[in-house]
Design a protein. Structure first.
Length: 707
């Protein structure tokens, strides 16, 4: 009797002679294609027939053919299919064909193969540069990098959404701005992106409105409106929209804000699906260290006194003056109690996210042009924004600058197999492709996002499969030798990315904010590069033939940037990249693995088993899970790359079920001291829920939330 692909996948974790049968998963992939993919695929006699059918039925956009003509498209298709690509895991194959591959009008039949999807990305994001299209096919088919999910899914689709991953919106303390923000959230969610919104400027509960005391309802009703908007804008029933609201730690509504995510919160205030994040300045930590009371300042009063919105002010710098200013209404809570409340909620719900706003802005390369006041849904985006102003009818009086995110990730494990020229070229290809995504993804329905994107050309080149890269080379995650490799690797990526941005500037011009930036004034070289050069000296070897840039290479880059500028205001951001990591057979982001052997429940697919990339019976000891490795090594690893990443990183921290709120406080303080800009989820290990553990296998823990 022929075994099903599900049975073969399950056999992977059934020990034979004390060893895992890891090869069984490859047989499961083959059986999945025979039993599912091949039987449910529409076949065409020729590429001409395929293009004609898909374009006529408005499944593929006409540009798929017209950009390079049918001959050019054939060349790219032959190049992709010549790679003889095979998915390395059943989970990766299932994710590709359930979520990414285009289906026919019946919603059941596949009309693409993985190779087709990659070619459509190459055609769409090369913008008429055929050589770039060919390079993209090589990079993406080779697994050296992967585009973010919206960018990957929507390429070449006639009915696709935007290729943008997420958006960030500023909101001001007036009804017109609030209403416009809700409308913008609806529009952006319709296209599929997550939305981050900063509520810090809104007056608190009990603040006056038009001199009437105690008239304001605070931020909670606005949160409820936004949550309803995201649920309503559900991408044609595919999934609810997603958003995160941010609030300053020193906003008077902060404790009520935190309570909205508690399981036992009153239904009138409870927020079920909206994520929350807290903007924490340095002064909050200093007050907690002294076990002092921390002041919560009325945003309404602060704006009247300072002449600018609360979020635009430096709370650490102005704290003492505001405390002494009788014009500013203040409430007080104990600083340590505030952090304990945060930790307690993080244990319960994983929230709130945290942004260390002073760290972010101290290291902000564009600080001359504006302040960073919030982050996105996955906390890796930290870019400046500028507020819009509105007329009474809701139309724009002045269009400010809001934020969009265009993301991709390099596969560290595979990048380390390249020679220096191929390594640099791969980074350059991805920077150029992401810049093209930015250039082609203007959001007309939200002019402030369009304006911000056109000004900055911002991209977020990230990383994944760090743990696999280390383990397959005999290194323990977070060890001194691992941190050393990681530092030199990121230096090389940064150099290559900056050099391509300078080359793009020579071709297209610099971004709007280059003049006066740290790259223009030289501050970046003295703040980041000079201390690093002194620290590492000549010890720059990465792996194989790869080395971090030499002093001569850095000097050449400095001259290039001084001559041409830079096309991108922001270049790097390390996202959590869950699904695309499985597609690419990579460990997620730069975290340690959550578990070396996973069991996942995948919607209609059911239970799927997954072995981490590079795992063998001989190196399984190097795949310690994130809970055993601990939060300290995760923070150390992220601190190394934060030096080079101009934006931020989606850093999740993992704790055993023995951890308490004091442990979470210690971790947060350590992250702040180490210069970590943002903290994503807090995950606490729980015993396997009844019915989810698999008897006789290594799977004895249920991971309810994967990165």
């Amino acid at each position: 009797m022929t075994k099903s692909y599900q049975d073969l996948n399950a056999e992977m974790f059934l020990a034979q002679d004390g060893k895992l049968n890891l090869e069984a998963d490859k047989e499961a992939v083959r059986r999945y294609f025979l039993d599912v993919v091949n039987k449910h695929t529409r076949y065409f006699l020729s590429l001409e027939d395929k293009v004609e059918y898909l374009v006529f039925n408005e499944l593929w956009a006409p540009e798929v053919e017209t950009t390079y003509g049918l001959d050019g498209l054939k060349t790219l298709m032959r190049q992709a299919y010549a790679k003889n690509f095979r998915f390395q895991s059943l989970l990766g194959a299932q994710k590709a064909y359930t979520s990414y591959i285009l289906r026919d009008l019946d919603g059941e039949t596949f009309v693409e193969r993985w190779e087709d999807r990659i070619v459509l990305c190459a055609v769409t994001y090369s913008q008429g540069d055929f050589r770039l299209a060919q390079d993209l096919v090589d990079v993406l088919m080779g697994g050296y990098a992967t585009l973010a999910t919206p960018t990957l899914i929507n390429a070449g689709r006639a009915r696709g959404g935007k290729p943008v991953s997420c958006f960030l919106l500023d909101v001001q303390d007036n009804m017109e701005s609030i209403a416009r923000t809700v409308t913008n959230a609806l529009q952006l969610s319709k296209g599929g992106g997550g939305v981050g919104i900063n509520l810090t400027n809104l007056r608190a509960q009990g603040d006056p409105i038009k001199a009437i005391p105690n008239a304001s309802s605070g931020v909670i009703p606005v949160m409820k409106m936004l949550e309803n908007a995201f649920q309503y804008s559900n991408q044609s029933g595919a999934r609810d929209g997603a958003g995160v609201t941010w609030l300053s730690a020193h906003h008077p509504d902060i404790m009520r804000f935190l309570d909205t995510r508690r399981e036992n919160a009153d239904a009138a205030v409870r927020i079920k699906t909206l994520s929350i994040g807290v903007v924490v300045p340095d002064i909050t930590y200093h007050l907690a260290k002294r076990n002092a009371q921390m002041a919560l300042f009325s945003p309404y009063d602060v704006e009247r006194v300072e002449g600018k919105p609360f979020a635009e002010c430096d709370i650490t710098e102005r704290y003492d003056a505001w405390v002494d200013d009788d014009r500013i209404q203040k409430d007080y809570i104990n600083a340590r109690k505030f952090f304990q409340t945060m930790s307690s909620l993080q244990q319960e719900a994983g929230y709130p996210y945290v942004m260390h706003v002073d760290t972010v802005n101290r290291e902000h390369t564009m600080k001359h042009a504006g302040k960073v006041t919030l982050s996105n849904l996955c906390v890796e985006i930290t870019q400046l924004s500028r507020p819009s102003t509105f007329n009474e009818d809701g139309s724009y009086q002045h269009i400010g600058h809001d934020i969009s995110c265009n993301l991709a990730s390099l596969n560290v494990d595979r990048m380390l197999t390249l020679d220096p020229d191929a390594f640099d070229d791969t980074v350059r290809v991805m920077v150029r492709a992401l810049s093209n995504v930015s250039d082609s993804s203007n959001v007309e329905t939200v002019p402030s996002v369009k304006n911000g994107n056109e000004a900055s050309h911002a991209i977020g080149l990230g990383q994944m499969s760090l743990h696999a890269a280390l383990a397959t080379r005999g290194m323990e995650y977070g060890s001194p030798e691992a941190l050393r490799l990681w530092d030199r690797y990121m230096a090389r990526v940064t150099w290559a990315a900056m050099s391509e941005s300078a080359k793009l500037a020579g071709e297209r011009g610099s971004h709007k904010w280059f003049d006066g930036s740290e790259y223009d004034t030289g501050e970046w070289y003295s703040r980041v590069l000079a201390p690093w050069r002194e620290e590492v000296g000549d010890d720059r070897h990465i792996h194989g033939t790869l080395s971090a840039p030499s002093d001569d290479e850095w000097e050449w880059l400095k001259l290039e940037i001084s001559q041409y500028g830079m096309y991108n205001a922001y270049l790097q951001a390390i996202a959590p990249n869950g699904s695309i990591a499985y597609l690419n057979h990579a460990t997620s982001s730069i975290h340690p693995v959550v578990y070396p052997l996973e069991t996942r429940k995948e919607g209609k697919v059911g239970r799927v088993y997954y072995a981490q990339p590079g795992l063998t019976n001989n190196n399984i000891h190097l795949y310690k899970d994130a809970y055993k490795i601990g939060w300290e090594k995760t923070i150390d690893t992220c601190a190394v790359s934060q030096r080079w990443v101009d934006q931020s990183q989606s850093m999740t921290l993992f704790f055993t079920d023995e951890a308490n709120s004091r442990d979470l406080d210690r971790a947060r303080i350590y992250a702040w001291i180490k210069g970590i800009k943002t903290v994503y989820y807090i995950r606490t290990r729980q015993d396997a829920m009844s019915g989810t553990a698999v008897s006789g296998t290594a799977i004895d823990v249920c991971e309810s939330c994967m990165i």
